[in-house]
Design a protein around this ligand. Structure first.
Ligand SMILES: Nc1ncnc2c1ncn2[C@@H]1O[C@H](COP(=O)(O)OP(=O)(O)OP(=O)(O)O)[C@@H](O)[C@H]1O
Ligand SMILES: [Mg+2]
Length: 343
């Protein structure tokens, strides 16, 4: 089974994707947490509505499952504008993008998911489109090729990325506003869970919500998924009652630990401590040790481990913190930190 399909994977697939769509908040007021982003965004939208102009292009940067796609849909809804959805990997040739851009309605919101994975020629076309609402259609080949400028309707680009660092500067600079999405705290995830429980018709006492929230890796998508597994467990083994003990037993069964670490998180920590003595170790070496792509380790596991204070990224490589040794119930060798963090 690939990591992507496991319970606590931040990616959404199959049936999950359908339930997710049903649980998505539709308006900014329903969107929980991310208070700063919400306030920033509401100003951008409100002012655009007053000026009756499409707002500046918006870039959303954050880990999987934090609400980027949800916010893109909310932006269109708040503007009362149509929404066109595509993704970086789908834009292989400039023509793929030209076909979309040339058919946008005025004020339409164009959402490009995984914008860091767009092909170079499409990216260059996008620069011009974002800045001048124009594309150059190249006709012919070689020295005889000519560029025919084509005007396009003013639109708003909403880009989402899990890796803003990979965006070329000229692209990044053309966004008027970047929303940095952070992990959610426990109280916010409790609200997410209470809302989802209501929509799914699940009775969720506060203590159950708290236990699930605490162990959801700061991620609404994971919270919603764990809620459904905890509900299954409670239905079959406890007459539907989701108290703290039942929630905890269900999450243990699905290998989500008390801090919300999943199998990949633990595999990364485990390798870092047992195979590399706590580091420093390079990302690709660490990825090989857990049998994953470096990108998966970097995008999926590390941000949460860093946020939990279990792992540090240093110029010399990945390093386990004292808390990591404690979390796995191990004792750090005497020289574990001296050689890395403090030299
Ligand atoms: N602030 C929020 N309030 C309530 N529910 C949320 C919130 N953010 C996300 N969710 C829920 O989490 C699910 C995942 O969110 P979404 O698909 O927007 O994440 P994403 O950032 O686009 O992830 P990816 O990087 O994998 O594309 C949604 O279906 C939604 O139900
Ligand atoms: Mg998304």
């Amino acid at each position: 089974m690939s990591y992507e399909r496991e319970l606590v994977s931040p990616a959404a697939e199959g049936d999950d994707a359908q339930i997710e769509a049903a649980l998505r908040p539709k308006r900014l007021a329903e969107f929980i947490g991310q208070a700063r982003v919400r306030e920033q965004l509401s100003l951008v939208l409100e002012s655009a509505l007053r000026r009756q102009r499409p707002p500046d292009h918006v870039l959303m940067n954050g880990s999987p499952g934090l609400g980027k796609t949800t916010l893109a849909m909310i932006i269109a809804a708040e503007l009362g504008a149509p929404l066109r959805i595509t993704s970086g990997p789908a834009l292989e040739r400039a023509g793929d993008l030209a076909a979309i851009l040339s058919t946008l309605a005025e004020g339409e919101v164009l959402f490009i998911d995984e914008i860091h994975r767009m092909a170079r020629p499409a990216e260059e076309m996008l620069y011009l489109a974002m800045e001048d609402f124009r594309v150059d259609i190249v006709v012919g080949k070689g020295p005889g090729a000519t560029a025919i400028p084509l005007e396009i309707a003013p639109f708003t680009l909403v880009g989402a990325t899990t890796r803003a660092g990979l965006l070329p500067a000229p692209l990044r600079d053309r966004f008027g506003f970047t929303a940095h999405m952070d992990f959610y705290d426990v109280a916010e995830l409790e609200q997410v869970l209470e809302r989802s429980a209501r929509l799914l018709g699940v009775t969720l006492p506060a203590e159950g919500a708290h236990e699930v929230a605490r162990r959801s890796r700061g991620t609404p998508r994971i919270a919603n998924r764990l809620l459904r597994r905890v509900r299954d467990f409670a239905d079959v083994r406890a007459d539907g009652l989701i108290n703290r003990e039942i929630a905890s037993a269900a999450l243990n069964l699905y290998e989500v630990d008390a801090e919300g670490l999943d199998r990949l998180d633990r595999a990364v920590l485990d390798a870092l401590l047992r195979k590399f003595g706590g580091g420093p170790v390079g990302l690709s070496t660490l990825a090989v040790a857990v049998g994953e792509e470096p990108e998966t380790v970097e995008v999926v596991a590390e941000p949460f481990l860093v946020r939990q204070g279990l792992l540090a990224r240093t110029p010399r490589g990945r390093v386990a913190t004292a808390a990591a040794w404690a979390h796995l119930g191990m004792t750090a060798p005497p020289d574990a930190f001296g050689a890395t963090l403090f030299d």
